[in-house]
Ligand binder design. Structure first.
Ligand code: KG4
Ligand code: ZN
Length: 362
């Protein structure tokens, strides 16, 4: 069932544009044939000397990279702009200037091409990214969204039918990884750096707390772990001088263990609470191998299964935006010409697919 486009075609090929933070992601998703192509440009080199994302620099770089990347994806897929049936761009949550770049370009291209456009919720994109894999999860499921800005457990009954079960009361898991990495003098973004360093760390040298696991409920708190990391480094410096490489690896390992354990305990609890047997993990931290393995082990014990996207689709990318946009466009959603972006946008305020106006054609 497809909706007629403004030029009386059917929505098949959707161009996805992701510019919410420090990655420009472009993809073409075909609602009949799947992902046709995608390209990603990471701004890490631009921001790393500042130790984090500089919003103004991010916006400027998206301006430079978005159109050339679209051209590259079209060349890769041997398609032309005339083949594009609709445009999906991230319209929130994220950095307002960065979002505006993708929204302005995406909406304008759609206007020029006479096709519909839609603003996509970045976290819905993450949440649905595992659907791009060969063995996608089936609804309903519990989703653990773990990125640089979010740590949430969500009951997902269908696309757009989201109930927030719990979330971080302070830092997001990815943010905690990034801050702990800084304390260990590692580069930005810190998650992959901590994960790599932790491989040579000894698991039993330092014991970090598992915040809020003794309390009922599904909320998280990671800011205490950050302080604990800082105190561990400071105490070591006082007693033994600046931490050597092995000590840094041991701290990285203890920190990662604490985050992974805490997330695993809460995911298991969310599955028990909902009675669901499927867990989806999404967002940058879902690329963490230790987290994936720990969840696989823990869930096998309760007859449940964990699903995640391939590594490159865990962090920000255009494919997840093209996919999520395609689902809503086909259901009849589209954005008008008044451009809006939402830097803050709760996921559970999204409409269910059947709340969009009925598709115009079968
Ligand atoms: O989803 P994402 O690309 O951007 C946001 O929407 O925030 O997530 C980025 C976050 C960063 O905090 C980064 O350090 C973390 O994901 N991350 C990881 C790993 N890869 C990325 N954290 C732990 N282990 C990883 N392998
Ligand atoms: Zn993201």
């Amino acid at each position: 069932m497809y909706r007629l486009t403004e030029k009386e075609g059917i929505i098949v090929k959707v161009l996805g544009i992701e510019t919410s933070c420090d990655e420009t992601g472009i993809a073409l998703y075909d609602s009949e044939n799947g992902l046709l192509g995608h390209r990603l440009y990471s701004q890490i080199a631009v921001h790393s000397e500042y130790g984090g994302v500089v919003p103004e620099l991010a916006s400027r770089d998206h301006v430079r990279k978005t159109l050339p990347l679209i051209k590259e994806v079209l060349a890769d897929t041997e398609l032309t702009t005339a083949d594009i049936d609709a445009v999906a761009y991230t319209s929130g949550p994220g950095l307002v200037g960065a979002l505006m770049v993708g929204a302005c370009i995406g909406r304008s291209l759609a206007y020029g091409w006479g096709v519909p456009a839609i603003g996509v919720h970045h976290m819905e994109g993450h949440l649905l990214a595992p659907m791009l894999e060969d063995n996608p999860p089936e609804f309903p499921f519990v989703a653990l969204l773990v990125s640089g800005g979010h740590t949430q457990l969500v009951q997902v009954d269908a696309i757009g039918e989201y109930t927030l079960l719990g979330e971080s009361l302070d830092d997001a898991a990815g943010e905690a990884f990034d801050k702990a990495a800084k304390m260990l003098d590692l580069d930005y973004p810190g998650g992959p750096q901590i994960a790599k360093l932790a491989e040579s760390g000894r698991v039993d040298r330092f014991k970090f707390p598992r915040p809020m696991v003794d309390r009922p409920g599904l909320d998280f708190s990671f800011s205490g772990l950050k302080t604990f990391t800082l105190n561990t480094v400071a105490r070591h410096a006082l007693e033994n001088g600046l931490p050597d490489d092995q000590t840094c690896a041991d701290i990285a390992c203890a920190f990662q263990e604490a985050v992974v354990d805490t997330l695993t305990i809460k995911c298991r609890r969310a599955l028990q609470q909902t009675g669901f047997k499927t867990l989806v993990i999404a967002g940058g931290v879902s690329a963490n191998t230790c987290l994936r393995e720990r969840l696989e082990k823990a869930l096998a014990k309760i007859g449940a299964e964990v699903f995640y996207a391939r590594h490159e689709f865990c962090t920000d990318n255009g494919a997840m935006i093209a996919y999520a946009g395609a689902q809503r466009l086909v259901a009849g959603a589209s954005a008008d010409l008044s451009l809006t972006v939402q830097p803050r946008w709760p996921l559970d305020t999204l409409p269910a697919l059947n709340e969009h106006k009925a598709p115009l054609a079968d």
